[in-house]
Design a binder for this molecule. Sequence first.
Ligand SMILES: Nc1ncnc2c1ncn2[C@@H]1O[C@H](COP(=O)(O)OP(=O)(O)OP(=O)(O)O)[C@@H](O)[C@H]1O
Length: 348
Amino acid sequence: MDEPSTAERDPDGAPARAPDGAPERDGVGAPEGDPAETRPGVIVTRGLTKRYRGGQLAVDGLDLTVPAGSVFGFLGPNGSGKTTTIRMLMGLIEPTAGTVRVLGRPMPRAARTVLPQVGALIEGPALYGFLSGRDNLLRYDAADPTADPRTRRARVAAALDRVGLAAAAAKKARAYSLGMKQRLGLAAALLQPRRLLVLDEPTNGLDPQGMREIRTLVRELAADGTTVFLSSHLLDEIEQVCTHAAVMAQGRLVVQGPVADLAAGARGLLVVTTPDAADAARVLKELGVADVTADGDRVTGEPPERDLAEVTAALVAEGVRVRGLTVERASLEDAFVALTGEGFDVAG
Ligand SMILES: Nc1ncnc2c1ncn2[C@@H]1O[C@H](COP(=O)(O)OP(=O)(O)OP(=O)(O)O)[C@@H](O)[C@H]1O
């Protein structure tokens, strides 16, 4: 629950520059009042770069395009630059170079008009422990000049209900679990209808049941037409809830696109189930299948170019009893490993 006021400080007014000193590429010559719909994405960054004062290059030349209506997963191991990027998207910190457009407007310059249309949950909500969950939200909403005080109580009740906190609404926030605090932060982001939700690790600190509930909520919000941008270091979470994803590693964008396409980019795995594993492995090698490994009654390898029917026929012709033969779809994790040559650090 970042205070919007921190994002509303006056920027220097100068157009952001790409590292080579070229003027900002996105929206050159376009008037600021252009509707977002004429833009390619709800979030568009070009050459976005952040070097911290200590010299740490946290984000390096990021070109991100988040399509309208997507649930966009921003994925990367700890320290890959996700939070730094999100803070730049929300105008909380200045980029060292490059540009950010959110809802078609440049950030941080247009923060005052953009941020009321964006619900954000970044780095855990700031809560008053001595106030109840409900009173925290009433207070938060009262600090928003665009919020209608006449509908405040009803909106707060609806938001608490939506995140499953209605029963705990009167409890002091300091007695909330981490998961409950996370939900309260989400409720704060949902007090008004939003065109975009930006959620930094929204399931952090939640138990599996809480994670499922947040995923369901994200899907419902997306079905209502809200674009959701969420960061995560959990690959399966992104696969379960996101339509699109971008993968970060060491401050750089590795890949972005529809989740189905990203996973399809990795080749998947040929799996033969058979009691004659040794013979099956030999035949597959003879057929030119790469990386053949036998483990119990399971023989795996790279999916061959040739028709699977031919592979099955060759196995059977050699007396291999085939119980099953299939190509397992590649997961996003396979895609990540294929793209970076690294495992995905899911610790933390
Ligand atoms: N305020 C700061 N000053 C200096 N370096 C920072 C600062 N904030 C982050 N960094 C460094 O920048 C890099 C990217 O950090 P960032 O928090 O953006 O990554 P992240 O992908 O969000 O990681 P996590 O999942 O752990 O939050 C890291 O090496 C981090 O140590």
